[in-house]
Design a protein around this ligand. Structure first.
Ligand SMILES: [Zn+2]
Length: 288
């Protein structure tokens, strides 16, 4: 192909010399402008038009018109991701309850749906769940939360997403929020993951309460700076792991209940959350 292109260049150079001897017609000028400069054909930028392919006797249908580089491009490897999904609470830890629904059960449902969606739609994503039954990882709540993050760290997870549903004293609050760590090594990634998921939930009509940071009342680092209040992001940061808590909506609020009231509603919620996760991984996350 390169030989043909050099031949084409020489051919057109000769034609151009002849053309200089007489005043070119308007359409000739137009023609040479279109085909490009033949004085210095440069590999990679020189593009053959259909006209010179015809002149060379090649069948244009067998040659890519925009050719020029004949080497096969190296395909970009598709990154492999590990996502750990955590269904909040479990066993004796029930979480919130309202109108016959118990948070730990709803968490497990939506978490399982997110796992299912990711597993069936993306070959390059391994998904693990911290629990698949109605039981926690330890009797002690502090141990339980630490072990969920340790599980993710053992799996060398890229992200840990813990699924919960919110509630408020007067059932007056509504909307979604995502609790993140403020620790610098994971802050930016956590915030971006939160934004991706929240934007998806907002697209369903849920109020976006944003990424949420909360300082611990009593735990401080060696510099006296308060650690994260919530255990999942706090332990996640200690493992350099982006670990967030998704409070999809309020399970006790009349505005939000339609978004989580049954399996059909939870399927819609889970799909958007899975898409938010993938949006983060593919568009913002740089795998180490
Ligand atoms: Zn919860």
């Amino acid at each position: 192909m390169r030989k043909l292109r050099l031949s084409a260049a020489l051919f057109f150079f000769a034609v151009a010399l002849c053309a200089c001897a007489k005043k070119p017609k308007d359409n000739e000028i137009d023609y040479y402008t279109k085909v490009g400069s033949y004085a210095e054909p440069t590999e990679g930028v020189y593009e053959a038009g259909e006209k010179d392919l015809e002149l060379l006797g090649e069948n244009p249908s067998t040659v890519k018109p925009s050719g020029g580089v004949t080497t096969t491009p190296t395909p970009t490897p598709v990154p492999h991701y590990v996502v750990v999904i955590d269904a909040g609470h479990g066993g004796s830890q029930t979480g919130a309850s309202y109108d016959g629904r118990v948070e730990k059960d709803v968490n497990l449902k939506v978490a399982s749906m997110v796992k299912e969606y990711l597993s069936t739609h993306y070959e390059n994503v391994d998904v693990y769940m911290t629990r698949t039954e109605d039981k926690g990882l330890a009797k002690d709540v502090a141990d339980d939360l630490r072990m969920r993050v340790e599980f993710a760290a053992e799996k060398q997870a890229d992200i840990l997403v813990s699924f919960h549903f919110n509630s408020s004293d007067k059932h007056s609050r509504n909307g979604s929020m995502v609790c993140i760590s403020k620790q610098p090594q994971v802050r930016e990634g956590s915030e971006q993951l939160a934004k991706c998921i929240l934007a998806r939930l907002a697209s369903l009509g849920l109020k976006n309460n944003g990424p949420y940071l909360r300082d611990s009342n009593d735990m401080k680092d060696e510099n006296g700076v308060a650690l994260d209040y919530y255990a999942i992001p706090r332990h996640g940061a200690a493992h350099n792991l982006i670990a967030v808590i998704v409070e999809s909506c309020y399970m006790d609020n009349k505005t939000d209940i339609p978004y989580m009231k049954d399996d059909a509603a939870l399927t819609v919620l889970a799909e958007q959350e899975a898409l938010g996760i993938m949006e983060f991984l593919t568009q913002y996350y740089v795998k180490q």
